[in-house]
Ligand binder design. Structure first.
Ligand SMILES: Nc1ncnc2c1ncn2[C@@H]1O[C@H](COP(=O)(O)OP(=O)(O)OP(=O)(O)O)[C@@H](O)[C@H]1O
Length: 249
């Protein structure tokens, strides 16, 4: 594997005393697209929240660009967080701001750029996701798929090395979901961004993922890591059934 941009080491995930996942370890190479999958409630979103520093972890490390986010504070933590962008399931655009203003927001918050420079960069990000002509629209005037693309443009504002997407296809029809997958692939190839995508959409997983990480609620850990096609024909039925059940449903 080429150089790891993310290293998760013996990470324990949970909420206070409630442990959801134990001893989670894996590496993500630069430019890789990784999907996190598994049955409902197995801890996909919880793992993602730990990896982006939203939840404290009592044990383990999440190294991003070689520095541990879990134990970092102050300027070090800010420096590590600047390497990542996040899009949550809802997209979470500010409804009272235009699409352009939404994308400019992180630039105002985290850089010293003047307004002209912020706007130029934000328009560039909107062009990357095919929304340059919708800059002055309010999010409510956009379709669901366009809102997701606008949220991705905002997550890209600070040129992150890693983009985390929590169920990007949620609420989208299969065609729009396919378009979003194409955008993710295009961004990964053109910007060399690394993607960590929480997903249970099998079509999407097969289309975008270099490797999938399958979590398991019962054992509270990682059941398997590998290319989706390899996992789909895995000898462990807990793994192969997950894929085949979805394929036939
Ligand atoms: N804020 C919270 N406090 C306590 N427990 C929580 C909290 N959020 C989620 N959980 C619990 O953590 C477990 C894992 O939830 P999580 O949302 O990470 O699963 P998931 O795999 O993303 O599920 P889904 O596919 O249904 O979205 C669940 O049992 C859930 O009830």
């Amino acid at each position: 594997m080429s150089e790891a941009i993310i290293q998760v080491k013996q990470l324990q995930c949970g909420y206070g005393d409630r442990i959801i996942l134990r001893d989670v370890s894996f590496d993500v190479a630069k430019g890789e697209i990784i999907t996190i999958l598994g049955g409902s409630g197995c801890g996909k979103s919880t793992l993602l929240k730990h990896m982006i520093g939203l939840l404290p972890a009592p044990h383990g490390q999440v190294l991003i660009g070689g520095e541990d986010l879990i134990h970092a504070s102050g300027e070090t933590r800010q420096r590590i967080l600047a390497r990542i962008g996040v899009m949550f399931q809802s997209g979470a655009l500010f409804g009272s701001l235009t699409v352009l203003e939404n994308v400019m927001l992180p630039l105002a918050e985290y850089t010293a750029l003047n307004a002209d420079a912020r706007e130029t960069i934000a328009r560039l990000k909107l062009r990357l996701v095919g929304l340059e002509t919708f800059a002055d629209f309010l999010p409510s005037a956009l379709s669901g798929g366009m809102q997701k693309r606008a949220a991705i443009a905002r997550a890209l504002a600070l040129d992150p090395q890693v983009l985390f997407l929590d169920e990007p296809s949620a609420g989208l029809d299969p065609f729009t979901s396919g378009e979003l997958d194409a955008l993710i692939l295009q961004l990964a190839h053109s910007l060399h961004t690394t993607f960590i995508v929480v997903s249970h959409e099998l079509a999407s997983i097969f289309s975008i993922a270099d490797r999938a990480i399958m979590l398991d609620k019962q054992t509270q850990g990682v059941l398997a890591i590998g290319p989706p096609l390899t996992l789909a024909s895995h000898s462990d039925p807990r793994i192969s059934h997950f894929f085949n059940r979805h394929i036939h449903s």
